[in-house]
Design a protein around this ligand. Structure first.
Ligand SMILES: O=C(O)CCC(=O)C(=O)O
Ligand SMILES: [Fe+2]
Length: 346
């Protein structure tokens, strides 16, 4: 087993394991779905994703992005490029450690998971399907880091302490970005500054997920993360140059090309509910690259625990109830039903 191979969770040690699967299934043509490498591509021509400048927010453009895409690219966000680069490098080093080392190293308040992005509130993987190979489980491994608990992390490991300090700096920027964007969105939506008894955005709920999507040489399925909407209020993504993130618009999957130094803002289910369906929770997915592992970092922020969400389309609920329902559905049905559970049937 090569060093690279030993760093993958056992289910992901693919080359020999999945040969049989590959022979059994028709290979899907990936010519139009090829690797999404932005380097050298002309994004202004090929990428229709709306761009928002955080220093000079064009309110109309933001409104249009939130209403019709649920996703946009953020420039001029004020996060130093050095932090983005450092976090990507540290993550790549961390994921290349042997699987058993990662399991041991990434203990509370962090957690290490693979095969699913659905975690319990304490960070354990939930709903890991049976079977191996992309298409059967999500082809992703990750580190979950609740930002508020990072000071509790006791470690002597130099890589982990560098990552912690980098995540703390990055987390502070992300909180600032999410809060300023939400402020403008609330004005557009004429929201009261406070939810019924609490805040719609609570920075203390923020957590970061660092993901690695192992490359996969066989064309069984090319999905690293299945199509989904995020349960968050807002999600902020920083992807490396490999690409693979896609968002649905008008029934079509549109690649969100990696553009160095920019961040991707994704509206989640809580934003859609708070806006009473004016804004969209973006349906997105991640494709695996055939040749390169992909690393991305996601930040997720939620309403405060007392915030009651309601509208003409939704019965009153708190985020905690939503989260419990999602966990229950994933356990019993195998998938998230999401906002439909809280809609008022007209
Ligand atoms: O890896 C990415 O770019 C997206 C991850 C994602 O969609 C999620 O964590 O919900
Ligand atoms: Fe997502």
């Amino acid at each position: 087993m090569s060093i690279e191979e030993s760093s993958y969770p056992p289910q992901f040690r693919h080359h020999s394991l999945h040969l049989q699967d590959a022979q059994l299934q028709p290979s899907s043509s990936s010519s139009s779905l090829g690797p999404d490498i932005a380097v050298g591509t002309d994004d202004s021509v090929t990428d229709p994703i709306p761009i928002i400048d955080l220093q000079l927010i064009d309110r109309e453009r933001l409104q249009e992005a939130c209403r019709s895409w649920g996703l946009f690219r953020l420039v001029n966000h004020g996060v130093p490029l050095t932090i983005l680069t450092e976090i990507q490098e540290l993550a790549a080093r961390l994921f290349s450690l042997p699987f058993d080392t990662k399991k041991e190293l990434l203990g509370s308040p962090l957690s290490y998971f693979w095969g699913t992005p659905v975690l319990t509130p304490s960070g354990a993987a939930l709903g890991l399907g049976v079977g191996v190979g992309p298409g059967k489980i999500n082809w992703v491994e990750g580190l979950n880091a609740p930002l508020g608990k990072l000071p509790q992390l006791k470690t002597e490991d130099p890589l982990l302490s560098s990552l912690r300090s980098c995540l703390q700096q990055y987390g502070a920027h992300l909180g600032r970005i999410a809060t300023s964007l939400f402020h403008v969105m609330s004005q557009d939506l004429n929201l009261q500054p406070k939810a019924q008894s609490g805040c719609y955005i609570s920075e203390s709920t923020g957590f970061v997920r660092v993901y690695r999507y192992p490359h996969y040489p066989l064309e069984i399925s090319n999905l690293g993360m299945d199509a989904h909407t995020d349960s968050s209020l807002l999600t902020i993504l920083c992807q490396d140059d490999v690409g693979g993130l896609e968002v649905i618009r008008g029934g079509e999957w549109i690649p969100v090309r990696p553009t160095p130094g920019t961040l991707v803002i994704n509206l989640g289910d809580m934003m859609q509910a708070i806006s009473d369906d004016e804004y969209k929770s973006a349906i997105h997915r991640v494709k695996i690259n055939e040749h390169k592992d992909r690393i991305s970092i996601g930040y997720f922020v939620f309403p405060g625990e007392d915030a009651v969400i309601q509208g003409s389309n939704y019965r009153p609920f708190k985020y905690s109830e939503f989260q419990e329902q999602v966990q229950k559905d994933v356990k019993t049905l195998g998938f998230k039903v999401g906002l439909e559970r809280f809609k008022i049937i007209q």
